[in-house]
Design a protein around this ligand. Structure first.
Ligand SMILES: [Zn+2]
Length: 194
């Protein structure tokens, strides 16, 4: 089949529809809105392809024994519990759910550490990852498909796996947050920061 449609390079292969998913007519590409961007649309039923960035969460889940790490098989380094936000799901709920699914710990969100954008060219495509900090409130370490899970004290925390950008950024944001808090506290009680 020769494709009449040219998709922007940023659209991942599995989203390059050729036929309307609603009525099976051949799709076309044309400008529809004032933004002047050509979009993929169905000339028969009016369906418009509006692909969204995927949304995911990454969680620094901790208690006084350490931070919950997972050991993904075949990867060099650890990861943090993470996963896609389901359609219609509040990201904070996804975060709590992923911590439980991947580590066995119950947790509650204490802070949002920011977000990052990753321009992925493989499934599920470009992604926004929301970084959370959570307090572990119960449960016990239990692995999943993502590997074994374990609580590790911060000063013994191993390197994060190189492909896990979200876990790396979440750890960075977490460390920076507590460095700042420490600096402020030290100033307040008169310690000298060297
Ligand atoms: Zn259609």
């Amino acid at each position: 089949m020769s494709s009449q449609l040219t998709y922007p390079e940023t659209v991942i292969a599995s989203l390059r529809f050729q036929f309307c998913p609603m009525c099976a007519a051949r799709l076309i590409r044309k400008v529809i809105f004032d933004d002047n961007l050509p979009r993929i649309t169905c000339p028969a039923c009016g369906w418009i392809q509006l692909s969204s960035n995927a949304v995911a969460v990454v969680v620094v889940a901790r208690n006084d024994q350490g931070i919950a790490a997972i050991f993904p098989p075949g990867e060099e380094g650890v990861g943090l519990p993470a996963g896609l936000v389901e359609y219609g799901e509040d990201p904070a709920e996804s975060a709590v759910r992923e911590v439980l699914e991947e580590t066995g710990f119950e947790a509650k969100i204490v802070d949002c550490l920011g977000w990052i954008f990753i321009n992925r060219t493989t499934w599920p495509g470009p992604m926004i990852q929301i970084l959370y900090e959570a307090q572990i409130t119960g449960g016990q370490a239990k692995g999943s498909d993502e590997g074994a899970a374990k609580l590790i004290p911060l000063d013994e925390f191993p390197p994060v796996a190189p492909d896990r950008t979200g876990s790396q950024k979440a750890m960075q944001a977490y460390l920076e947050k507590y460095k700042k808090v420490e600096t402020v506290q030290n100033k307040e009680i008169g310690f000298k920061n060297t």
